[in-house]
Write a protein that binds this ligand. Sequence first.
Ligand code: TYD
Ligand code: MG
Length: 462
Amino acid sequence: MSKARTKFVCQNCGMETPAYYGRCPQCGTWGSMVETVEARGPARERRERGMPATRPARLSEVTSAEERRKVVPIGEFNRVLGGGLVPGSLVLLGGDPGVGKSTLLLQVAGLLAPSAGPVVYVSAEESTQQIKLRADRLGITADDLYLLSETNLEAALDAVDPVKPGLLIVDSIQTVYLDDLTSAAGSVSQVRECTARLMQYAKPRHLPVFIVGHVTKEGAIAGPRVLEHMVDAVLYLEGERYHQYRVLRAVKNRFGSTDEVGVFAMTGDGMQEVANPSEAFLQERSPDTHGSAVGVTLEGTRPILVEVQALTSNSAFGLPRRTANGFDNNRLQMLVAVLSKRVGLGLGSQDIYVNIVGGLRIAEPAADLAVVTAIASSYRERPVDPNTVVIGEVGLSGELRSVNQIERRLNEASKLGFARAVVPAPGGRRQLPKVSGIEVIPAASAAEAIEMALVHGPVGGS
Ligand code: TYD
Ligand code: MG
C-alpha cells in the first residue's frame, strides 16, 4: 500500500493547503490548520484493501447486535457498557492519568480472554515486562492474553493480525502514531487518524476495540474529546487519584443507556467492584460530629447515599473562602447566600469548606439540602440526627423544591437503615411518598428542613 498523502485543513473555514501555515491564508485564524490524511475515495480504498463491495441489506437480514454481545464478567463494567461488549464496537475509556484505566482494562482482558478468544493488549506506554508485572500483581494468568509493546500503529496492527483476536486494547491513543502524518504522536491529527485507522481495521473484522485516552489540560496533547464523535461509546473513569473510589460513567453509548454508572474501589489487588456503593460511601461516618449530613443522589437510575461534610470557621481575612470538593463551587456560593439571607445564619465572616466523602462528584441539585444542612450543622455546632437523610433542591428564596424519583431514593435510605427522611413538601394535590420503614417528614423551606434534621432545638442566630 502506498503512503497516504496529507494536507492541512483549516478547522475554521475549510481552506486546504499542502503545507502548514500558522495562520490560515484565507480566514486569518491562528493555529487552525490541522494535518489530515487525504481521502482516496471509499471505492478505491476498498479495492486496494481487497474488501467486497457493499450493498443495502433488508431489515430482516440484519442480525441484531443484542444476541452477540460478549458479557464482561465484571458486573459494574458490563452494566455501563449496556449489557456487554458489541462486536465491532470502538469504546473509548478516558480519564485522568493514574486513575486506573490500564489496570481496569488489563483486568477486563484477563477475564475475557478465556471466553472471547485471544485478547491482544497493545501498550505504547509500558514495556511487556511492566505489564506482566502488573498482571502478576492482579493475579491474571490467562493463557490467551497477548501483550505487545509498540508505538507504531500500523506495525502493531500487522503484528496483531495473525493472532486473530476477539478483543483488542490500545493503550493509549495519544502515544501511538501513524507514519503517514508528520505531526507528533498525541497531536489532534495523529489522535484522529489513528482512531480512524482502528475503526477501519475493527469494523470489517467485527472486532471490539478498547481505546485508552488520557484527559489532558489544554496543550500540545489532544484529549479524548476530539474523538468522541468517532467512537461508538465513550466511558470516563472518574475519581480522585488519592481516594479509593472510582466511578465509571458512560457519556456516549450507541448500544445502551448513558445513565448507568459503575462504582469501583482501587485496592492493592486492582479495581474491585463495589456492589453496594451507599454502604461504602457511608462506612467511615462518625454520626455524632457536627457538619455531616447524608443525602441521596441519583446516578443514572441508581440511588447512592453520600455523606456531605462541611466546616465553617472564622475567617482571618476580609474575603472569606468558600471551597467545595466534589461539588460545584458556584452552586456552593449560591447556597451560602441563601443560608445567610433566608435562613439567617451569619456566614458573612466564615470560611466554608464542603467535601463529598469518598471522592464522588455530585452534579445533582437534589443534594443541595444535604449541603446546607451540613453547613448549618457545623455553624450551629449541633449534629444532624444520625438516622435522618435529607433530600431536596434549594431555591433562591430558600424554598425546598421537589426532586425526581423520590420513592427510589427513600427506598435506598430505608434499605440502609435510616429511619427518617426530610423531603420537600409536595405541592398542590400531590401526596407525600410512602415507603415502608422510613418516616417521611415534609418541609416547605430550607430553614424548616434544617430545623427538623438537626438534633433538638430550632436554628437561629447564635
Ligand atoms: P493505572 O492503571 O496505571 O492508571 P492509568 O492507566 O489510568 O494512567 O493505575 C495507576 C495507579 O493505580 C498507580 O498509582 C498505582 C495504582 N494501583 C493500585 O493501587 N493497585 C493496583 O493493583 C494497581 C495495578 C495499581
Ligand atoms: Mg496507563
